[in-house]
Design a protein around this ligand. Structure first.
Ligand SMILES: Nc1ncnc2c1ncn2[C@@H]1O[C@H](COP(=O)(O)OP(=O)(O)OP(=O)(O)O)[C@@H](O)[C@H]1O
Length: 189
């Protein structure tokens, strides 16, 4: 089912962020949501996920759908290791998680608490957790931010393979990422 957004409005205090915004996100496709900083991309995602309420407008196609998300913040349990972090959320076995972490080049630190990881390692754990969860719709808010060019390419390749044929909404500032993922682009203005 496509996700159909009609006439969304959202104002914080006197700051009108979304003004009758409408668009369609196609089922089983990746859509890149682009637009300048502060334009309302994360706000749109929050409304789609039901974490924020729109002042006006409707969203259809999200009902009864399992959503997995990578937020701008990693939202990890810092005192737990990568495997436990991912197990708690996804229910996947230690073997499944360890195998996947290897693809993300995280297997050697998987047993240490997340608090001891670098920023890029934490980001990869958050990405792995979202990809291993069962979902109908994957929502990613600047998932590759903070990764070096080489790691970004590897992780992007894993994301591309894992999300083929899935409905994915992907906020990025980087047109090259949109090209790499062969995603449809939607610009917030
Ligand atoms: N909870 C909130 N309370 C008040 N203002 C908010 C809140 N959340 C977002 N805003 C404001 O709404 C506007 C849009 O923010 P949002 O985070 O959606 O933008 P964005 O396009 O995702 O930006 P970026 O690319 O920098 O992440 C900004 O002016 C921001 O300050």
């Amino acid at each position: 089912m496509d996700i159909i957004v009609k006439n969304l409005c959202k104002t914080y205090d006197r700051n009108q962020v979304l003004d009758h915004f409408s668009c369609t996100f196609r089922e089983k496709k990746m859509t890149c949501i682009m637009g300048k900083s502060g334009i309302g991309k994360s706000t749109l995602l929050s409304i789609l996920m039901g974490l924020e309420k729109a002042d006006e407008g409707t969203v259809s196609g999200m009902e009864h759908q399992k959503i997995s998300a990578i937020f701008q913040e990693n939202r990890l349990f810092e005192n737990l290791d990568a495997v436990t972090n991912i197990h708690i959320t996804t229910g996947k076995t230690k073997e499944e998680i360890t195998g996947f972490l290897k693809k993300m080049e995280l297997d050697d630190i998987a047993g240490k608490p997340v608090s001891e990881y670098s920023g890029g390692m934490k980001r990869r754990v958050a990405i792995a957790r979202a990809l291993l969860a069962e979902y109908d719709i994957l929502i990613m808010d600047e998932p590759l931010q903070g990764l070096d060019a080489e790691t970004k390419e590897k992780v992007a390749t894993v994301i591309k393979m894992q999300t083929a044929g899935k409905t994915v909404l992907f906020v990025t500032h980087d047109e090259k990422e949109a090209e790499f993922f062969e995603a449809e682009c939607m610009e917030l203005v």
